[in-house]
Design a protein around this ligand. Structure first.
Ligand SMILES: *[C@@H]1O[C@H](CO)[C@@H](O)[C@H](O)[C@H]1NC(C)=O
Length: 408
């Protein structure tokens, strides 16, 4: 078991939830590099990005560091091993926090659980995994939480839409899978989605299907409204003309009967004319509702009570492509107790989220001020330097000067 020994408080808390079985827990304290293996994937193409061990540009606790992607247009692949286990007959909880400091416009923030033997030095996008879970953002169309179970080389994506957080603050993502094949997805300790692995993934064919041989009975009345048989056309209805002479019209003074023909009164639409008569419509007393084929047992369904089981779980891993870097992972947990995970999230993210929000606000204000300064200095001799300093970098440097970062 890998355990972070960060603060006495956290340690106390870990002891106080004694019933939980923790398979993996990582807070990225010093020494984290001994527990994680950076893959050589994409390294020789010079496309492998470096991780930065940091609490980020804004945070609620500068001592709580994680690992952050630090180079744009790079692949990232890193993993850590834990004693192999199977979640059969156990609840599986997979949780981590992620913060997209770069205002992610396209990229992933998800993690994976791998099974069996993996050459961690070669781990990459092609390495099979058992579970992939976490946020994925691309433009305005993809803003979702992935929850993928891999079975026999096939990836099964969740069929429900679970929106993810899109701001630049830390959020905790939790996946819970129970032995009764139910699941829950939580963000910041709030349940966003729950249900069954049977229905919300197509790992197995559906238990029930609509009977393909069923036919709508001939006498099935699915008309909700019908013409009122009692309604009768009023007498003289058809005698009402569509148009009537315009009595206000006058023959123009310069009208010349000889040249223009005989003047006749023009017509206008008749306000009394209501169109062809139609009986009024009433609710159909025989209405049976919309016909639906009955559900029957799916002959192709073969139950697998182990639908939720991932045997030989052995690694947590991050494998990402990032156009813009700045995604920071922290407080990773694999355990069997949702209550434990919830408390851990409270002790880490929950305790510092307000301070982080405040730090972010200040950072944004500084950025605004910096921008104004740069605008003012535009004509100065400093011009060429300004051109090279992007706003983010400028704020980062400011922050380092102001804050007491023990690592710097
Ligand atoms: C690591 O993160 C800190 C805090 O955001 C930043 O100041 C520093 O420049 C980063 N280092 C690298 C190598 O990206």
């Amino acid at each position: 078991m890998v355990m972070g020994r960060k603060t006495p408080l956290l340690l106390f808390f870990l002891l106080s939830v004694a019933s939980a079985e923790v398979f993996f827990q990582e807070h990225f304290d010093d020494g984290w590099e001994n527990r994680w293996v950076k893959s050589d994937w994409k390294k020789y193409e010079k496309m492998a990005g470096e991780w930065n061990h940091t609490s980020g540009k804004w945070n609620g606790n500068p001592n709580d560091k994680g690992i952050q992607t630090s180079e744009d247009y790079r692949f990232y692949a890193i993993s850590a091993e834990f004693p192999e286990f199977s979640n059969k007959d156990k609840t599986l909880v997979f949780q981590f926090s992620v913060k997209h400091e770069q205002k992610l416009d396209c990229g992933g923030g998800y993690m994976k659980l791998l099974s069996g033997e993996v050459d961690q030095k070669k781990f990459g996008g092609e390495t099979p995994y058992s579970i992939m879970f976490g946020p994925d953002i691309c433009g305005y169309t993809t803003r979702k939480v992935h929850a993928i179970f891999s079975r026999d080389g096939q990836n099964h994506l969740i069929k429900k839409n679970v929106p993810c957080e899109t701001d630049q603050l830390t959020h905790v993502y939790t996946l819970i899978v129970r032995p009764d094949a139910t699941y829950s997805i939580l963000i910041d300790n709030n349940e966003k989605k729950s249900g069954s692995l049977y229905t919300d993934w197509d790992i197995l064919p559906p238990k029930k299907i609509t009977d393909p041989n069923a036919k709508k009975p001939e006498d099935w009345d699915d008309k909700e409204y019908i013409p009122d048989p009692e309604d009768k056309k009023p007498e003289g209805y058809d005698d009402i003309p569509m148009e009537i002479p315009d009595n206000e019209a006058k023959k123009p003074e310069d009208w010349d009967d000889e040249e223009d023909g005989e003047w006749t009164t023009p017509t206008i639409p008749n306000p009394d004319y209501k169109g062809p008569w139609e009986p009024k419509r009433i609710k159909n007393p025989n209405f049976k509702g919309k016909w639906e084929a009955p559900m029957i047992d799916n002959p192709d369904f073969k139950d697998d009570p182990d639908i939720y089981v991932c045997p030989n779980l052995k690694y947590v891993a991050i494998e990402l492509w990032q156009v813009k870097s700045g995604t920071l992972f922290d407080n990773i947990l694999v355990c069997d107790d949702p209550e434990y995970a919830k408390k851990l999230a409270e002790e880490t993210w929950g305790k510092h989220k307000d301070a982080e929000k405040e730090a972010f606000k200040q950072s944004e204000n500084k950025k605004e001020n910096k921008k104004e300064e740069v605008d003012k200095d535009e004509d100065d001799s400093e011009e060429e330097k300004d051109d090279n300093v992007d706003d983010d970098e400028a704020v980062g440097k400011d922050k380092v000067d102001d804050d007491v970062h023990d690592e710097l």
